[in-house]
Ligand binder design. Sequence first.
Ligand code: BEZ
Length: 248
Amino acid sequence: MKETNSWNPNEYSKHTAFVSQLAMPVVDLLDPKKGEKVLDLGCGDGTLALEIQSKGADVIGVDLSKEMVEVAKSKGIKAFVASVTNLPFESEFDAIFSNAVLHWVKDANLAVQNIAKSLKGGGRFVAEFGGKGNMQSVVEAMEEVFKMHPEFGEFNNPWYFPSVNEYKKLLEEFGFKVEYIELIDRPTPMSILAKWLDIFANGICQNLTNKQFEVFKQEVEEIAKSKIYSNRGWILDYVRLRVRATKL
Ligand code: BEZ
């Protein structure tokens, strides 16, 4: 699988520390135990893998970005580059954890198949990622800007934001028992929307010139402003799908 976005670990940790800070309840839901073998799927810079490791679990992190993997390794995490859709594991983990990653994987069938294959029987899968309606104001604004500028090419939406029913059904198809699944509205303050677009929309804008990318960001801000900007600043319309399931 080709990575659809590129990641700068410094910019990411400077502007999106909220991504791992707000994920502590997901680590609590995982409830890692001493000696358990845990896979952090899309470990990024290793912040949450380190948290899980601090509970005594033996953590392995995988990520598609080699820059992020290097940072995770520098923090003492065993990490390597691998795709969620091609994991080199067979019944190896007591638990698989994933935060803010699975919405980047369009082929959710293949992702869940790989997760099931990598878990031991009775192992648990705990994840949070964008669910139905996630960032709708911004995604709609992006689509609109692409439509207004045929010279930008086609808008290829790289994100998968499933509903509760859709994802529960998918997990059950691959032999999971879903113990908990919920969509959670999580309005998230962001100082500058253009910064968020720099970090998360560089992939969908990879064929644009620098000047076109500036136009894109400015116009997305103008369109999204009426929905998610107020005297409190930008409040992003994040919606999380949080799930805990066990492989039967
Ligand atoms: C998210 O974390 O929900 C997200 C990140 C980047 C693009 C879209 C959604």
